[in-house]
Design a binder for this molecule. Structure first.
Ligand code: HEC
Ligand code: HEC
Ligand code: HEC
Ligand code: HEC
Ligand code: HEC
Length: 288
């Protein structure tokens, strides 16, 4: 069932099978007026909370919220982060456990990529690492709908595949190939003509991507979810910043086929690998 908390955030209770609010809570929600006694505070918050699906309906309803048109095309394309966070504030509030149930401390069990100089502060959730932590806000401006392109709450893939209580996946419609892979693929060193993988050859290049990229493929990062100037500044301080998104945190064994923007002094002959590559970023991200 849906629990409406201060600020109108929706949280789901552990029991997924119940879908309607408690009758008492629903009545309170429609009758109490804002600013009443503190005991009625939660109910008045609920009364103030209206569905974008149909403004006439003021009663909070789990199914209505779940099927709110904002989750789908075309509304999701226009959604601001605040619109999503109105119901999903847990996305920014949640923190990893400080200690696992078996007693392992988060602070002392860091993965290799959490020990890099660019990793600031304690362990954080996936969402916070892309939206609010220092490196994320310095280099990127990712938004909910950069990744979320329409969620179907239909129960598509129960895990485990049983008919009883189960968790569900594949209903968030985040396409890793057009999101994650752009920043978490391999460095395509063969294409660049480098003699080997970056960690093996970087010393000979002064650990400096800009040795070449001050002059090659200079028209880059002009997309809404990246801060192009800040990235070039940070890249001058350390190429680990560049490598971080171009091979350093590669969760994939393949590289992303980047669009090939024309740059001043670009050779006229198009190399074979680049034939068929787009010359512009994905339209929905192009920065004007
Ligand atoms: C009116 C409240 C409301 C708004 C606004 C809203 N959501 Fe939801 N959303 C829900 C509810 C309720 C569910 C169902 C949760 C469940 O069953 O686990 C849900 C489900 C989801 C899921 C699937 C969760 C899962 O565990 O499968 C995603 C992803 C999601 N919303 C993202 C978004 C994004 C992105 C936006 C903004 C574009 C947004 N939501 C706006 C209420 C809302
Ligand atoms: C970098 C891409 C990315 C961004 C940006 C992003 N999400 Fe997600 N989100 C994902 C992925 C991938 C999952 C699936 C995670 C999983 O299966 O556990 C997910 C899962 C979710 C879920 C359901 C599972 C959960 O963790 O509760 C909700 C709700 C959600 N996102 C809402 C949001 C909202 C709201 C925003 C903006 C404030 C946002 N997301 C920004 C990629 C993203
Ligand atoms: C625009 C670039 C970009 C995109 C797109 C992106 N990431 Fe990231 N990701 C980063 C950066 C930068 C970091 C490092 C953050 C830090 O160290 O503070 C990171 C860190 C991570 C981490 C480590 C988090 C931690 O705290 O240990 C995971 C896991 C991850 N990303 C998964 C994903 C997934 C899955 C997607 C697609 C849904 C995705 N990323 C999309 C740039 C991106
Ligand atoms: C020795 C010169 C050199 C160095 C050093 C170098 N690159 Fe490149 N890079 C190239 C060349 C050449 C290309 C292909 C240019 C073209 O499009 O014809 C390229 C292309 C790229 C591309 C686009 C790949 C694609 O699929 O279109 C990315 C991303 C990239 N480099 C990132 C980096 C990063 C990050 C570093 C440092 C870790 C780096 N490069 C270091 C020469 C270099
Ligand atoms: C926060 C993650 C991130 C960082 C840091 C980053 N890049 Fe990128 N880079 C991307 C993404 C995402 C794209 C693809 C953007 C698009 O679709 O146009 C890209 C594209 C490129 C391209 C292809 C250019 C073209 O023709 O469009 C080159 C070359 C490149 N980056 C080099 C670098 C160099 C050099 C640095 C360091 C100064 C760097 N990147 C730092 C995420 C990053």
């Amino acid at each position: 069932m849906l629990v409406v908390t201060a600020g109108g955030a929706c949280e789901k209770s552990p029991d997924r099978s119940e879908s309607m609010p408690e009758p008492a809570a629903a009545v309170a929600a429609t009758t109490s007026s804002p600013g009443a006694s503190s005991a009625a505070a939660t109910a008045s918050e609920a009364a103030a909370y209206t569905m974008s699906a149909s403004p006439a309906q003021s009663r909070p309803d789990y199914e209505r919220a779940r099927w709110d048109p904002i989750h789908f095309k075309p509304a999701i394309d226009e959604a601001a982060d605040e619109d999503c966070l109105r119901c999903h504030h847990e996305i920014l509030d949640r923190r990893p456990l400080e200690r696992s149930p078996a007693g392992i401390q988060a602070a002392t069990s860091l993965a290799w990529y959490q020990q890099l100089t660019t990793y600031a502060g304690p362990q954080e959730t996936f969402h916070r690492r892309h939206l609010v932590t220092p490196l994320a806000t310095r280099l990127m401006s990712l938004r909910c709908n950069t990744c979320h392109q329409g969620s179907s709450p239909r129960e598509e893939a129960p895990i485990p595949p049983v008919s009883g209580r189960a968790d569900f996946a594949l209903r968030k419609t985040v396409d890793p190939e057009t999101t994650c892979l752009k920043c978490h693929g391999q460095l395509n060193y063969q294409l660049m003509g480098l003699p080997g993988p970056w960690p093996d050859v970087r010393e000979t290049m002064g650990n400096n991507c800009l040795l070449c990229h001050a002059g090659i493929r200079t028209n880059r990062h002009r997309v809404t979810y990246l801060k192009a100037e800040a990235i070039d500044e940070a890249g001058k301080e350390s190429s680990d910043v560049c490598f971080g998104c171009h091979g350093g945190r590669s969760w994939y064994r393949i590289s992303y086929p980047y669009p090939r923007h024309a740059w001043p002094g670009m050779p006229e002959v198009v190399p074979d690998w680049a034939k068929g590559r787009p010359a512009e970023s994905e339209a929905r991200f192009v920065r004007q």
